[in-house]
Design a binder for this molecule. Structure first.
Ligand code: ZN
Length: 199
């Protein structure tokens, strides 16, 4: 196949958001995806932990909503025909990594598929809270982050993705996903989580 050039992905230098109408969604930062020995480890995911931890800290200080998603499967799951067996309920691989552990005020949603809106009360909660904007981070950028961002955008939530807080197995897939976020969802991509301010 011909070599492809990745088109430029527009980067928004700074995004200012209101804590009352913004939620942070941390997607699938579970041992199976992040930690050494994980069933479906994304090698670059560990490097995103500091940026996600900083977002978590600042969202909590600002009193903004924090939602964690947790990929959740039970045997037999048809997803295991696509991917190695992963994120099985009750296993250590299913647990969110210690460095990003949810606090009591955070919401943890167990999701059965890539899209965090599918089969969960996420949309119900966001509407109840009056949320307009989702900052979405975690892994895998072109799978669960992407389908969650797509599903959010279809419901007309504003989507912001910090590039240093998402990870993927393949750089092409990551670039394609971020391009779709800016081009199709009218979402904003920042270089760093630190470029997102809550005031
Ligand atoms: Zn899964």
């Amino acid at each position: 196949m011909a070599e492809l050039t990745v088109p430029d992905i527009p980067i928004t230098p700074r995004v200012d958001l209101e804590p009352e109408t913004t939620a942070l969604v941390v997607v699938d930062m579970q041992n199976d995806f992040v930690s050494d020995g994980g069933a479906l480890q994304v090698p670059d995911a560990q490097a995103t932990v500091p940026a996600i931890a900083d977002l978590l800290r600042r969202f909590r200080v600002a009193g903004a909503r924090v939602v964690f998603t947790q990929d959740t499967h039970r045997d037999p799951d048809p997803e295991f025909a696509i991917w190695p067996r992963h994120a099985v309920e009750g296993t250590n691989g299913h647990a969110i990594v210690d460095d990003l552990h949810p606090l009591p005020d955070d919401v943890v949603l167990q999701k059965p598929r890539y899209d965090a809106f599918y089969g969960t009360p996420l949309d119900h909660l966001l509407r109840q809270w009056g949320i307009k904007t989702l900052v979405i981070c975690g892994t895998v950028a072109n799978i669960c982050v992407h389908y969650t961002a797509a599903s959010a955008a279809l419901r007309w939530y504003d989507v912001v993705i910090p590039r240093d807080a998402v990870s993927a197995l393949d750089p092409f897939d990551l670039a394609a996903s971020l391009r779709q976020t800016t081009a199709l969802f009218n979402g904003r991509v920042t270089a760093r989580g630190a470029d997102i301010a809550l005031a």
